[in-house]
Design a protein around this ligand. Structure first.
Ligand code: ATP
Ligand code: MG
Length: 567
């Protein structure tokens, strides 16, 4: 491709709303342009990278036995009503009506659509298993679209769905997809980790998120510094303290103290001059299983995902002020487990506390000298949010917390959709059963953005070779010099003939400007052609990822570039 003809509008400055490197650089490198919040144009250079990601995904999915299909983006409300999600999906689902007032939505994900597709034609166990995937534009009306392609409202996703007659078959496919995803992200040149994620009511370890490690990631990844344990922050377990209760002898009885207006852990701890570790934080939740109290040590936080899982409740939220007052008899900030009449769930961090301080269920009062197993009863479990240095749930190691970008997610769905939508098959004995499903997603644009997040410097993008929009970037220093242009064009032709994708900067610009753009765009190999080096029969070759250039004889250029690109 000759740059002069190409629509490649590079920018000196990134727009003010570009907060992260990938967003800034993809804008500046002329890859993307914003149309509306979270909605982008992909310019030629951007689309080339997207196609690279898609190609890797297609090759690996096909290689793994999955088949590509294409489903509509506009989906009828009826399907979503059958699954029950029409009413619970919330505002991320963009709903619309046609001219006959029929309701539709823009597909944010396609479980309903694919279940409908499969139930129409699959009758027998003999037609299973199946893994069907598509690469398609999704729409989710995200509350906070940001970071360019990383969190768009319209974005490209590869979504795959598998269908099985048995649990074993579904689990085998899960492992197959786990391996496939690992290969896809490796081939994309991404540095990633697969972490255990929440599975909801299914349980087991059949949900993994593939996280690209990057400081600007929106997700927190918890991993052990000793063993291979890794989970997302919602899921991450913490080894409970060894449980040996301290002797109760000599302990004082509980005592009520006045704490006027002191509601938060900081306020109470400052006012009573006790460290936050001695406070028992009490939170009241309204859940599908009734109103409950959750306790955690004052310096820790409740992990709501873990609490929700322990409760097995479908609805779950912090109680409003009115409920708190009704249940505890006091304003928010003065709740405590002593004398409380609702079920109490406590984190292990509370179990062995001595001389604890907690709300008195009375305005402006707290109780001191609280000993959990003496002064109130509670169910104990691992309910708190993991912190740096917490003990690993699997070994004696310590947990580390890093930031990550979720690029993929694999999930064993079970029969949630097939049961709701009547996707059944006849097994070997002729018994009708719901198909067992799995689903597997990859954010295509997010992968490209994550690659930039991991591979850039102050001058621009440093594309990993497999995702690079071009392989080589030829810079003739002076386009008005005939010999220079002739050599540049010859190198262009021989590299192109070898199957490499080559960009030739034929603009009549100063060399400095061209080098700046080359660094910004981040093509892996730059070839500089100038009359000075041509006199010695050579050109200059520089890798974007390395310092310093080398002189290479013109006749060796193709071979040299081949070695750089193919290793
Ligand atoms: P997140 O927690 O980041 O919102 P999610 O759990 O909603 O992600 P899934 O429903 O599992 O995501 O979607 C599959 C994949 O699609 C994700 O792993 C991610 O790579 C990508 N993805 C999800 N939402 C977006 C978005 N708004 N913009 C770009 N890619 C997205
Ligand atoms: Mg989401």
């Amino acid at each position: 491709m000759y740059l002069k003809k190409m629509f490649l509008p590079t920018l000196k400055e990134a727009p003010a709303d570009a907060e992260v490197a990938s967003h800034r650089l993809m804008m500046r490198a002329g890859m993307i342009r914003k149309v509306a919040a979270g909605v982008y144009n992909l310019l030629p250079l951007g689309l080339r990278v997207i196609h690279k990601v898609e190609r890797i995904v297609r090759e690996e999915m096909t290689g793994a036995g999955a088949q590509e299909v294409a489903m509509p983006m506009v989906l009828p409300a009826e399907l979503w009503k059958e699954s029950g999600r029409w009413d619970i999906y919330g505002k991320e689902l963009l709903r619309l009506k046609d001219r006959h007032e029929r309701e539709f939505c823009l597909g944010p994900t396609h479980e309903e659509a694919i279940t409908d597709m499969v139930r129409r034609d699959v009758r027998s166990y003999r037609q299973l298993p199946l893994n069907l995937y598509q690469i398609q534009t999704k729409f989710r009306d995200e509350i906070r679209p940001r970071f360019g392609l990383m969190r768009g409202r319209e974005f490209i996703m590869k979504d795959a769905y598998s269908f099985h007659a048995t649990d074993e078959s579904a689990e085998e496919e899960y492992r197959n997809m786990y391996g496939t995803y690992s290969r896809i992200f490796e081939r994309c040149g991404l540095y990633f980790r697969a972490v255990e994620a929440e599975t909801g009511p299914i349980g087991g370890s059949f949900s993994h998120e593939f996280m690209v490690l990057a400081d600007t990631g929106e997700d927190s990844i918890v991993s052990c510094n000793t063993c291979s344990y890794a989970a997302n922050i919602e899921r991450a377990g913490i080894r409970p303290p060894d449980g040996a209760s301290l002797p109760l002898t000599g302990a004082k009885g509980i005592e009520k103290v006045s704490t006027p207006g002191m509601k938060t852990v900081e306020e109470v701890s400052g006012f009573l001059n006790v460290p936050p570790e001695r406070l028992i934080k009490t939170l009241i939740y309204r859940t599908g299983k009734g109103v409950i109290a959750a306790l955690v040590r004052g310096d820790f936080d409740i992990n709501e995902a873990k609490l929700k899982r322990v409760l097995g409740a479908d609805t779950f939220a912090l109680a409003d002020e009115k409920t708190v007052k009704e249940m505890t008899g006091a304003d928010v900030g003065f709740a405590g487990p002593v004398g409380l009449k609702i079920p109490v769930y406590a984190d292990f961090s509370v179990r062995d506390m001595r001389d604890g301080v907690t709300g008195a269920n009375e305005k402006d009062a707290h109780i001191i000298n609280v000993i959990p197993q003496r002064d109130f009863s509670a169910g104990y479990g691992d309910l708190r949010k993991a912190r740096q240095g917490d003990p690993c749930p699997r070994c004696a190691g310590a947990l580390e917390i890093k930031k990550g970008i979720e690029v993929g997610h694999i999930f064993k769905l079970g029969t949630k959709y097939s049961e709701a939508m009547g996707a059944t098959f006849l097994d070997e004995k002729g018994v009708e059963r719901p198909v067992i499903m799995g689903c597997y997603g990859i954010g295509i644009g997010r992968c490209a953005a994550a690659a930039v997040e991991q591979n850039h410097d102050e001058n621009g993008i440093i594309w990993p070779i497999p995702l690079a929009p071009f392989h080589c970037h030829i810079v003739p220093v002076n386009v008005n010099d005939k010999d220079t242009m002739k050599a540049a064009e010859q190198i262009y032709s021989s590299l192109t003939a070898k199957g490499y994708e080559v960009l030739l900067d034929d603009r009549d610009e100063r060399a400095g400007v061209k080098f700046k753009d080359a660094d910004l765009i981040g093509v892996p190999v730059r070839i500089t052609v100038s009359s000075k080096t041509l006199k010695q029969g050579s050109v200059e070759i520089k890798e974007r990822s390395k310092e310093g250039a080398r002189l290479v004889r013109i006749e060796d250029t193709v071979k040299d570039v081949g070695t750089l690109l193919e290793g």
